[in-house]
Design a protein around this ligand. Structure first.
Ligand code: BGC
Length: 733
């Protein structure tokens, strides 16, 4: 009897469980295909719920569908670390005590590593931090192209070359998304200046658009499979980019078959009808009540809120528009916050600091090094004098949306003291830049002359002087919302450098910036390093390079022109930069960065891809595996590389390609492959770089197609865009 009762109970229980299982709505069932789950969720939603899902409910979140248990989506800046929490409805910091993150090096540094594997570990670590902080979308990476050194935001991007940016962005995205957190590639497209970024209307040829400004986005979509993309503020051919018929509907969602969401930049939506029809999926940060700026809790008045709902109800806009947007948002949700298998992430760990340090060390670029100025061995000097605000200044504060609140930021001075000992390192500021205030320049409270006097006094009997200058993350330097106002170093640094040189010539400069700067003192200083906003481990990485514990191997991800007007964009005057009456024409066309310097034969101060090492590499003759190729072949380029010096080191080798007789003008040469390898002193390796013939194509704007022409091509094996070691010709049939 007891047994029968137990089995009856068990049967009842399993029936209940079974019937309960059957009752799980399809959209919640992990075993069902994602697209079916989306259909199911969509079929259960009211029109009001759909519209609510596609615009902000706070500064950085959207509401999901509470009735159906579909969670909110939480977003956070930014590309090189998870930003501190921001208030629900304002830009103020929320003042939490548990939002101290790891600062990874800014993306110029990542790009300077020329190492996609480092980009992967960068993405993974950043994704882990974002996941731990319960973010579903991390608002990075930025892949706008470095067009002019004046752009305040170049530091957040991956340099001037579309091929390099494409190769670096893909593993970054994959690394982030492995954590069930969406990367958000930004800002599509042509957001290449901060000045007037909200209004400027860019005109650029189809060729430059496809060859220069879009490839990194395309790689992120097609290879990286990115889940979200942010529209830019500016216009392109008269239409705002965040709801753009050509850019978003035709190219991104049509030609590239992108299945993720397009989110506005914060406040980049301008019109309900255009937003509905031209591909915008999620509206954030509008700050409008439909009439004025600065309204709080205005979310219902967003272009994609009440006004959209009304137009849909009146039949003025097709229902298919809202369904497509919601479908994309649901897809993102199922990939992120409704993916119950996503890992939990980790936050502010020593492992992440190690990642940050490794990338920082691999990205620092040695520009000049006469008479082995660097490395500075521990016993070499007794009095090391460090001058310059950037030796102590936090470079994680400021910059705009990529600002961070860090759990640790080792300053260069701390790194040097740790390395050489307190009794050998002496410091004074030398110059002051003022506090960080968003959108405003604020004078330094310190007296400039007194700072100089102290510095000039201290360098008198120094064995060696290390000057840490450059830019910082203040307004009108490397910062969101404004461009630089001069190519020169700010705060009379040039003068100070010249004055130091008069007293002590044993001077090494460490330029901390995300942008090229003028170097009028170049011939007088024995050594220069280009450093970056390196994040949490800035000081330890810098000290390791200076002391030679790590051999520098970074290469410039942008050209450094001698004069500002030697840069392509800057050479055409105001219409090309920053524009006239909000109109801007990219007159240099496809000749951006080294493409301009090479083709126009204007020698840069330092070329793209340039960087020295403490060792010397000998390049063998480059070979191709065949003489002739079909259009679908892959060219295997090989060459020997030997470390002929006495220290171990890594070298990034670049393969540039030129076409002999193109039917349309092409740049003198273009990067089509690179590889970085580590060689012990005396070691030699045969290196191979694979170049698909189809990547030799150019964009024919008459045909609106990528074309590889049958022609002779030269493959240049190079240490930089200005240092070709050998070349080989091949024929494409
Ligand atoms: C920036 C974006 C950023 C957003 C949110 C905007 O000003 O352009 O890159 O993600 O703010 O903070």
């Amino acid at each position: 009897m007891k047994k029968t009762l137990i089995s009856a109970f068990a049967l009842l229980l399993s029936m209940t469980l079974f019937s309960q299982k059957k009752e799980i709505p399809m959209y919640l069932d992990d075993n069902e295909p994602i697209e079916k789950r989306i259909d199911d969720a969509l079929s259960r939603m009211t029109l009001e719920e759909k519209v609510a899902m596609i615009h902000a409910q706070s500064k950085f979140s959207t509401p999901g569908v509470p009735r159906l248990g579909i969670p909110e989506i939480w977003m956070s800046d930014g590309p090189h670390g998870v930003r501190m929490e921001i208030d629900w409805d304002t830009w103020s910091h929320a003042g939490w005590t548990n939002d101290f993150s790891t600062a990874f090096p800014a993306l110029t540094c990542l790009s300077a590593t020329f190492d996609p594997e480092l980009s992967r570990i960068y993405g993974e670590a950043l994704g882990e931090e974002a996941r731990f902080r319960k973010k579903d979308i991390i608002l990075g990476p930025g892949v706008n192209i470095y067009r002019t050194p004046m752009n305040g935001r170049n530091f957040e991007y991956m340099g001037e070359d579309p091929f390099l940016a494409s190769k670096m962005v893909v593993p970054y995205i994959q690394g982030v998304q492995k954590n069930g957190v969406a990367a958000c590639m930004k800002h599509i497209a042509l957001n290449n200046e901060e000045l007037w970024r909200n209004t400027v209307d860019v005109e650029v040829s189809d060729r430059a658009l496809h060859e220069i400004y879009l490839p990194a986005f395309k790689a992120g979509v097609k290879e990286g499979k990115v889940w979200s993309i942010m529209g830019s503020y500016n216009k392109f051919r008269g239409q705002f980019c965040s709801h753009h018929e050509l850019l978003i509907n035709k190219i991104l969602k049509g030609d590239w078959a992108y299945d993720g969401i397009v989110v506005t930049d914060w406040g980049s939506a301008h019109d309900t009808k255009e937003a509905a029809l031209y591909g915008l999926d999620v509206e954030m940060g509008t700050w409008t009540n439909g009439l004025t700026w600065g309204e709080s809790f205005a979310y219902d008045n967003y272009y994609l809120a009440q006004p959209y709902l009304e137009m849909l109800k009146k039949g003025e806009l097709p229902m298919s528009t809202i369904d497509d947007k919601v479908r994309r948002v649901l897809r993102l949700t199922l990939r992120t916050n409704m993916n119950r298998n996503r890992p939990f992430g980790s936050y502010a760990t020593e492992e992440h600091a190690d990642v940050a340090r490794k990338i920082a060390e691999q990205g620092i670029v040695l520009l000049k090094n006469e008479n082995n100025f660097f490395p500075i061995a521990k016993e070499r000097y007794n009095k090391i004098v460090v001058i310059g605000e950037n030796a102590t200044r936090s470079q994680t504060v400021g910059g705009g949306s990529s600002e961070l609140k860090v759990w640790r930021e080792v300053s260069p001075l701390d790194g040097l003291i740790e390395k050489y000992g307190k009794d050998k390192v002496f410091y004074t500021m030398g110059y002051g830049s003022g506090p960080t205030v968003y959108d405003q320049f604020v004078e330094s409270p310190y007296d400039a002359d007194s700072l100089r006097t102290l510095a000039l006094d201290l360098v008198k009997d120094a064995d060696v002087v290390l000057f840490f200058g450059g830019l910082n993350k203040n307004y009108q330097q490397d910062c969101v919302g404004g461009d630089r106002i001069t190519y020169d170093l700010p705060f009379r640094q040039n003068e100070l450098i010249e004055d130091i040189l008069k007293i002590n010539k044993n001077l090494g400069l460490i330029i901390v910036s995300g942008n090229a700067v003028a170097m009028p003192w170049l011939n007088k200083v024995p050594a220069i390093m280009q450093s970056w906003y390196l994040g949490t481990e800035a000081g330890s990485a810098t000290a390791n390079i200076i002391a030679g514990d790590t051999n520098p191997s970074g290469k410039l991800p942008f050209s450094i022109p001698k004069r500002l007007e030697d840069n392509g964009a800057m050479s055409f005057g105001t219409i090309s930069y920053p524009g006239i009456d909000d109109k801007q024409v990219y007159k240099e066309d496809i000749l951006v960065g080294y493409r301009w310097h090479d083709t126009k034969k204007i020698a840069p101060q330092f070329p793209f891809g340039y960087g020295l090492s403490y060792t010397t590499f000998k390049y063998g003759k480059v070979n191709a595996d065949k003489k002739e190729y079909a259009k679908n072949d892959i060219i295997k380029v090989t060459f020997d590389l030997t470390n002929v010096g006495i220290v171990d080191g890594a070298e990034s080798v670049q393969i540039y390609v030129s076409q002999k007789n193109p039917s349309l003008q092409r740049p003198n040469k273009e990067l089509k492959g690179f590889t970085k390898t580590f060689l012990k002193a005396g070691e030699s390796k045969t290196m191979t770089v694979e170049i698909p013939v189809e990547s030799l194509a150019f964009y024919n704007d008459q045909l609106q197609q990528w074309i590889v022409e049958s022609d002779v091509f030269t493959l240049h094996c190079a240490a930089s865009a200005g240092d070709i070691k050998s070349a080989v010709n091949i024929k494409v049939n």
